[in-house]
Design a protein around this ligand. Sequence first.
Ligand code: ATP
Length: 340
Amino acid sequence: MERGPGSSIRVRVPAKINLHLGVGPRRPDGYHDVVSVLQTVGLHDTLELILDGDGHWAHPAARRRMRASLTLAGSEGEGTARGVPEGADNLVLVAARRLMAHLGIDGGPEGERTPQGHDGAASTDDGPWTRMRLTKRIPVAAGMAGGSADAAAALVGLNRLWGADLDVTTLRDVAALVGSDVPFCIEGGTALATGTGTSVARVLNGTTTYWVVGIDRSPLSTADVYAAFDTLAPPAPTSPDAVLHALRTGDLGELAHSLHNDLEPAAIALRPELAGRRDAMLDVGALGSLVSGSGPTVLGLARDAEDARRIAAAVADVFDVVEVAAAPAGGPEVTAQRTS
Ligand code: ATP
């Protein structure tokens, strides 16, 4: 559907956790093949997108031209947005540029920012603008794919706002050009990812699980964790079958025993305290515990929501921030929309 100036949309997008993460050796191109069982979990970022511009937008030629800008809203949890780039490197803008390229839209010079009028509002002199505003709640560089989730929010939101009407398969193809976890984040839910993580197949899941999410405010770079992984002895190949079976049947005990992350030893090599934090979750009764993705977030599997709140209270002193979140948490969700 065509949308004009003043149209806006808000997209709420969840973080992810890996229940199984098998990592192969470093390939000649520097990437690693993975076999990963992913789920979205109820910690969300929010991206607001607003179409700006005057009558230019109504002119067909304007559709070949679009400028996009991003601002970061004050973080809701103190310090959670630290380290998030505001300029062209933010994955929201990387995703916007990839989508523009796919649609044949000229996005202007990289890193260009919204021109400001005297009242601080975006000038409309230069044709249509899409202004985006990101509110972070997902911890940054924490192994929860916050940047990838934001990129997916941008692709889903812009596809809707611009009336591009690309189907999910095409959006996933564009997402794969942005980053490994982005195709998964387009639909979220529960999935098996292979290749470099960009080949995504949805899998059956028969249960909602409750997690205690132990957050460390000091980021851990995914690249550093992979570099540490490359220096360690290669792990024996593992299979995601037990996790997939446990998800299908809802057997929490089997799920707890089959949680697996090949990046965990590398994350612990860089942050030795993570081993103690994982043990702390188990000591207070979590069914299972593991480092989330490349860390440093540590996850504890609870029996139910009440058990999760109890465990969270018991480990409150062990982490900078502790949250309780349910999985799976769906995918990007359009929570507000105004069409003009
Ligand atoms: P991974 O997807 O590898 O698990 P992560 O969850 O550990 O990543 P992110 O929160 O996605 O980490 O951030 C990784 C880095 O990406 C940050 O340090 C930051 O420099 C950059 N980045 C770019 N855009 C964003 C964004 N929108 N939100 C968070 N970080 C971003």
